[in-house]
Design a protein around this ligand. Sequence first.
Ligand code: NAP
Length: 286
Amino acid sequence: MRKILIQLDNDRFPSVFDAVTAYDAGAEVLLQYGNVQPSDVRDLVYGAMFTRGPADLHNSAVFIGGTDVSAGEAMLQAARDSFFGPLRVSVMLDANGCNTTAAAAVVGILSEGSVEGKKVVVLAGTGPVGQRAAALLAGEGAQVVITSRRLDRAEQTSAALRERFGVQVTAAQAATDEETAQVLEGAHAALSAGAAGVTLLPAAIWKGHPELRILADVNAVPPLGVEGAEVTWAGEDVEGKRAYGAIGIGDFKMKIHKRCLARLFEANDLILDAEEVFALAKELRM
Ligand code: NAP
């Protein structure tokens, strides 16, 4: 029986990146749907649930992607709501690469050991990647601070993370270099999670930072999130810090993505969202 992956994407054209990765991860057939709204999901998922017997359902799985991460979350909820009894298929959410990228960055940050009780700053932690990374780090016991150009946005994100993940993260404003330097005081690690092509962390702040041990940047588009960084850094020792650039993190992200897709076909009842993707990433290590 062939392994069929059903790719539900909220963009007009289902992601080519996700399609190629699916084949590389072992999917034998890919059924692609674009422009999918949450209200479309139930009938699409029913097509997977009612075609194969319960013992064979692990050969069908659903991948939810697209650039709209909030819509992706609603699509995942709609898929969960469609299942009943043994009639279910495994589902992975990785809209815009949010879960796999956050998991890869956090595993990199954990490479220097536990973050329990340590201050970790997620710069521009209001986006989908930063939010998940912040939640996962807080789940590891870190004292997480997320920044935004506007304090109210950071506070809203902090409240949303408390609601969704049950974690406590501190909100801070970092709209200027002075505010960024202040937020980073006493930090063990910093993750730059801002939009593509936006520099958030000047070299003058991180290079001489006395406590900072880990530096990570997920923005691969010049100018990079961390001034003076190299995208290819994959745990290099730079200025006394273990440093990760977006391609270094991205390579590991690809391994995580493929491992998660392969895992989908091992059972018919898996939901791979941020926490589950992170658990698999920790097994793989960087
Ligand atoms: P995003 O939502 O596009 O942006 C994250 C945050 O950046 C926003 O919430 C915003 O925070 C801040 N921001 C936006 N424009 C800004 C500007 N002009 N100046 C300063 N701050 C600005 O990002 P995302 O989707 O979470 O992705 C985060 C990063 O990961 C991106 O650079 C993306 O390209 C990268 N990414 C990398 C990989 C990989 O494999 N390496 C995979 C996926 C994504 P405030 O408005 O609250 O300040």
